[in-house]
Design a protein around this ligand. Structure first.
Ligand SMILES: [Zn+2]
Length: 182
């Protein structure tokens, strides 16, 4: 079952959170480097190495945080994966998406980043969130476009009534249109 899904899934896009999401950490890196340079100028080299080390640790932290979050859009679903080794994945099928929203804090607005959330009718709750991504409204519009055009890999459009129905359907559940052959 899992294999089948993989096969007819075509990857459209993969994102990570924007680097701008880690602005606070980058600010700390700059401060650490400035402090390191000041110690170096004052010939306190051990302290300057210490602050260079601190800057590297903070940089690794930012890189690691960003890689921990992976967001994927395929022809049939939207997914978020959290974790590098132990993974937690949530998924919502393109045809199940009922609402796509954007949330932006004031800080995020300044940097043009935000959270995009996807909700299905099924649970009424938010199932997948793309946190801190760049150009969130463009992502929303692209997924919306994909969903609406929505001959996805799972659904087809009935030529008689125009409703979107499962690709396997041989009779349209809305108008009883009969599909030829298989
Ligand atoms: Zn029909």
């Amino acid at each position: 079952m899992e294999k089948n899904n993989e096969k007819r899934d075509n990857l459209i896009e993969v994102f990570h959170p924007s680097w701008l999401n880690y602005f606070g950490l980058f600010f700390l890196i700059v401060i650490s480097i400035v402090i390191a340079v000041m110690f170096f100028i004052n010939e306190l080299q051990v302290w300057s190495y210490f602050f260079i080390f601190v800057a590297i640790i903070i940089l690794l932290r930012a890189v690691f945080s960003r890689l921990t979050y992976t967001y994927t859009v395929t022809t049939s679903s939207v997914r978020s994966r959290i974790g590098i080794i132990a993974k937690h994945e949530s998924e919502i099928r393109m045809s199940d998406i009922r609402e796509i929203g954007i949330e932006q804090s004031i800080g995020q607005r300044v940097f043009g980043i935000g959270d995009v959330y996807f909700a299905s009718a099924g649970t009424g709750g938010v199932e997948v969130v793309f946190e801190g991504v760049r150009a969130p409204s463009e992502i929303r519009d692209r997924v919306n476009g994909k969903r609406d055009s929505s001959e996805t890999d799972e659904k087809k459009r009935c030529p008689q009534c125009g409703e979107l129905i499962w690709i396997e359907a041989r009779v349209c559940p809305h108008c009883n249109y009969q599909f030829e052959g298989k």
